[in-house]
Design a protein around this ligand. Structure first.
Ligand SMILES: [Fe+2]
Length: 135
């Protein structure tokens, strides 16, 4: 069973939801590649994607938060920073020593946690707040 978008993940902000959908598609691609024994190859592609993705996506989310004076901005921003740090650390490690199976497993775990703890909870909470801002 793969990873799929579901409406309960929606923030109600189209640009943000589309970015989340894209991330889930990429995550699903990694899982499919793992089943086919091509996880390390796919991780390379995913790392290249994530580098730009996190910058654009987090910038878009945080701009909205600042614009609407979101009270949980600092905590939300801190979670984004920690995610970027993890991604960068993994990227450095794999650039130095190559991609091993444990990097693929770690990335799967990291993305699953991100989906369950951040997108499903922290981002939907932001979405609920933003809905109160628009008349
Ligand atoms: Fe977020």
């Amino acid at each position: 069973m793969g990873i799929e978008w579901r409406d309960s993940l929606a923030t109600g902000v189209e640009v943000i939801d589309n970015q989340h959908k894209e991330l889930l598609l990429r995550f699903d691609k990694l899982l499919t590649a793992c089943q086919a024994g091509q996880g390390t190859e796919e991780l390379k592609t995913l790392q290249a994607f994530l580098g730009d993705y996190v910058i654009t996506h987090f910038n878009d989310e945080e701009a909205l938060q600042r614009q609407h004076h979101y009270p949980d901005y600092e905590a939300h921003h801190a979670e984004h920073l920690r995610f970027i740090e993890k991604i960068n650390k993994m990227k450095l490690e794999t650039q130095k020593g190559g991609i091993s199976t444990h990097h693929v497993i770690d990335t799967n775990n990291m993305l699953l946690k991100w989906l369950l703890n951040h997108i499903s909870k922290v981002d939907t909470k932001l979405g609920a707040f933003l809905k109160t801002c628009t008349p």
